[in-house]
Design a binder for this molecule. Structure first.
Ligand code: AMP
Ligand code: MG
Length: 422
């Protein structure tokens, strides 16, 4: 049982004098500061999808464990030359789970079904559809190579092979491989518990006040439910920490309550340096806080702090910026905290279906979607409050720091949302 240490409370501090950081440098710095903070447990394989492996896993058994037939047909020793071949059929048959125990003499064939172990004296199989069977004989046309329609033992995985490495987030496909190679339980990391809180006096939980009863200036809390849902989709245990008013005491109470209950916190709103930006103010005075001025749009500063030893990712309040910063920065960092490995989401160079004048100096992320013709469209407005564009999109277009004039047909880097699933 591993019980790793918490992060150090000054883990996010930047060296003095660091100003606007290019995004890739910020990501590298963040990656260097993260380590796993979760212990491990062994659970049933069937419950392990979405969990992260705590150890490298080896195959206990080969796949396939024995040579077997890939089709329903007739087995014999190959190869078979061009032209018509006609063989006497041996008594009996080989079926999946019911092996033929005897020996098939050379020049004889035996009835064999898909998945059956190749009997002694069989290394090649002919498809039943290609055969005529009559009076105890089977006839078909060659040529057939030795080994045709047969699977070799261990051709997929040999016993002892490394199957999957520690940190891997198990997919249903991995679960199949583990089952096939003899695993009934798996060592996995305990799910990372990630708390989410929103902040702002204007914010109202959805469902708590009818639209017509909302006071002017009040807005529904879109971020908290978005982030909680997103975290759950990534295999984290998402914990609702509630809504903090724009007051230091209220926020302090929520953060104190989060200690021991979660392993990391995402906050949204209140991270600029305005009068009401209490997340920054409280963390700077009573915890640790560094404003990472990262050269990206949308973003503003990303506030990375600790409350005690609890890492806090202070996201911007605008839902678009909150999601983009979560995807780009919190996502890979949380993966490492959860026992996984840092990753850069895979992007694809695709032709743009839009034109845009891109200013130099910072990277930009546009809400985008890949259309059926593989061209990438961008959401009509870049406004950071346009929540409708988040769901319209199925990913982001990343434009690097360079100045650029993009015209339809030019290549742009498209990162599907799914690439952040890890
Ligand atoms: P802030 O970072 O607190 O200055 O907030 C920036 C903008 O995002 C303001 O227009 C806020 O009203 C808005 N905002 C902040 N938190 C949320 C939230 N949880 N849901 C929706 N909008 C928010
Ligand atoms: Mg605010």
């Amino acid at each position: 049982m591993i019980d790793p240490p918490m992060l150090r409370n000054d883990c996010f501090a930047l060296p003095p004098g660091v100003d606007w950081v290019p995004m890739q440098d910020a990501l590298a710095a963040l990656a260097a500061r993260m380590h796993s903070v979760v212990g491990s447990e062994t659970i049933a394989l069937g419950a392990a999808a979405g969990r992260r492996l705590a150890e490298d896993l080896h195959a206990f058994r080969a796949n396939p464990p024995a040579p077997n037939s890939a089709v329903d047909g007739y087995g014999f020793v190959g190869p078979v030359p061009e032209g018509v071949t006609d063989m006497p059929l041996a008594e009996g048959r080989a079926a999946a789970g019911v092996p033929f125990e005897g020996h098939v003499p050379e020049g004889h064939a035996i009835r064999i079904l898909t998945g059956a172990i190749l009997p002694d004296g069989v290394d090649t199989v002919v498809l039943q559809e290609d055969c005529t069977v009559e009076a105890g004989r089977v006839a078909f046309r060659g040529p057939l190579k030795r080994g045709a329609n047969a699977r070799k033992a261990g051709e997929d995985v040999a016993a002892g092979d490394v199957l999957l490495s520690a940190g891997r987030r198990l997919k249903p496909q991995d679960i199949a491989l583990l089952a096939a190679t003899g695993h009934g339980t798996v060592p996995v990391f305990r799910p990372l518990r990630v708390g989410v809180l929103s902040s702002g006096d204007e914010i109202v939980p959805p469902g708590s006040v009818a639209p017509e009863a909302m006071r002017p200036g009040q807005i529904y809390d879109a971020n908290r439910v978005m982030l909680l849902s997103q975290l759950a989709q990534w295999g984290f245990e998402a914990v609702d920490l509630g809504l903090a008013p724009d007051s230091r005491d209220g926020l302090r109470a929520l953060l104190d309550g989060a200690r021991g209950q979660v392993d990391a916190v995402l906050t949204s709103g209140g991270v600029s340096t305005g009068d009401e930006d209490h997340v920054s103010a409280l963390l700077s005075r009573e915890g640790q806080m560094a404003h990472w001025r990262i050269a990206i749009k949308p973003g503003r500063p990303l506030a990375l702090g600790t409350w005690g030893n609890l890492p806090v990712f202070g996201l911007p309040g605008n839902p678009v910026a909150a999601l983009v910063c979560t995807l780009l920065f919190a996502r890979p960092a949380l993966e490492v905290l959860a026992g996984g490995t840092w990753f850069r989401p895979e992007g694809y160079m695709l032709p743009a279906a839009f034109s845009k004048r891109k200013k130099p100096g910072r990277a930009e992320f546009l809400r985008a979607r890949m259309a059926a013709d593989m061209r990438v469209e961008c959401f009509a407005s870049e406004g950071s409050g346009r929540i409708s564009g988040l769901g319209w999109a199925n990913g982001l277009v990343e434009l690097d720091e360079q100045e650029r004039q993009i015209e339809p047909g030019d290549s742009v880097r498209f990162i599907p949302y799914a690439a952040f699933d890890g």
